[in-house]
Design a protein around this ligand. Structure first.
Ligand SMILES: *Cc1c(COP(=O)(O)O)cnc(C)c1O
Length: 350
């Protein structure tokens, strides 16, 4: 008998982007700007109430989100980042050790971790030749034991978004008896009019859950707030399995203030969207293989050169996120930081 679950020995660790003093951090898909001044003020004001527990049900934030998203409050669950909501999804759909979770690979590194913690089996489906989800193959991988499917659009770490047409076809193929989680952590960066918008599909599909976050476009990664949109029974289940009080007092206040100032915050994303085209074209011109991206990062399909490339960038004081043997993900930031990265990348290519 061992004290601890033996299977945890094989649990992959979540690898956070490194923070290196004096180096440019392009490893975690954060926006480089700090939270907006008005958001910081709201956080400071909320901190005065930090001796009290947060609102367990996050009623004010949920109502604000409901209004903001144009849905009823019973269709929204907030969580301690959308990573936590991913874990809650596994915990609310899987119980038997034969239960399966399907997702693309490579995709978000939290999916295998939360699947294994939940005691479920992962079934991964390779991305296609353009580093996109192969949704037909994913639908084919759904079997009688499948309880949950994660679809990540835009896909972290490769960048392409799923189209509305292909996602509708996928939902029709999967049917209503399996929960489909559409992870839209980078939704606010999407400009392709053909890309899926999960919000528009939740009324028709009670098995669809859409995950969004304040960590990326809203610049609150350190505060930990995400939310799910879906049918009331699924949302209720997410709330049941949530660790109590997991969204803190300042986090709730920060998210509310961010909704109040969302127009300004979204306007700040325009330069990043422009820069992603410039960065990708610069990399293509230097000879790298870089898929199209609808997010705030680019993927360099470097294979075995991924780790050496990341070490080379580190020598140039740029921190990127390598996935050894596969590729490197680099956050698109403001032009000065992007130029530093492009210079390092060109030096590697040359
Ligand atoms: C960053 C990210 C999240 C959001 O994480 P939080 O827990 O909300 O900070 C979720 N999914 C994907 C694919 C991500 O890249």
């Amino acid at each position: 008998m061992s004290l601890i679950r033996a299977d945890l020995d094989t649990l992959p660790a979540y690898v956070p982007g490194r923070t290196v003093p004096g180096a440019i951090k392009l490893a975690s898909n954060e926006v480089a700007l700090p939270p907006a001044a008005a958001v910081l003020d709201a956080i400071a004001a909320a901190a005065h109430g930090g001796n009290r527990y947060p609102d367990l049900a996050a009623v004010s934030l949920t109502e604000r989100l409901a209004h903001f998203c144009g849905v009823d409050a019973e269709r929204i669950a907030v969580g301690c980042g959308s990573v936590s909501l991913c874990q809650q999804l596994v915990n609310s759909t899987c119980r038997e050790t034969t239960d399966e979770v399907v997702f693309a690979w490579r995709s978000f590194e939290a999916y295998p971790i939360v699947t294994q913690i939940g005691g479920a089996v992962q079934r991964t489906v390779p991305l296609d030749g353009e580093f996109r989800h192969d949704l037909d193959a994913m639908a084919a991988a759904v079997g009688p034991n499948t309880r949950l499917v994660f679809v990540c659009s835009p896909n972290n770490p490769t960048g392409p978004a799923v189209t509305d047409a292909e996602f509708r076809r996928f939902l029709a193929a999967v049917g209503p008896d399996v929960v489909v989680a559409l992870d839209e952590a980078y939704f606010e960066f999407v400009t392709d009019p053909d890309a899926v918008n999960g919000r528009t599909l939740i009324d028709e599909h009670p098995n669809l859950v859409v995950l969004r976050t304040f960590s990326k476009a809203y610049r609150l990664a350190g505060f930990r707030v995400g939310y799910a949109l879906g049918a009331p029974p699924v949302i209720e289940a997410l709330r049941k399995v949530c660790a109590p009080f997991s969204v803190s007092v300042p986090a709730q206040a920060a998210a509310i203030a961010s909704i109040d100032h969302s127009a300004e915050l979204m306007a700040d994303l325009a330069p990043i969207v422009e820069e992603r085209t410039r960065v990708r074209e610069g990399l293509l011109a230097a000879g790298f293989t870089v898929p199209v991206t609808q997010s705030n990062f680019v993927w360099l399909a470097l294979g075995d050169a991924a780790a050496p490339f990341a070490a080379h960038c580190m020598d140039h004081k740029v921190v990127v996120r390598p996935f050894a043997g596969d590729g490197v993900r680099v956050t698109v930031s403001h032009s000065e930081e992007n130029d530093a990265f492009l210079a390092a990348a060109r030096a590697f290519a040359g």
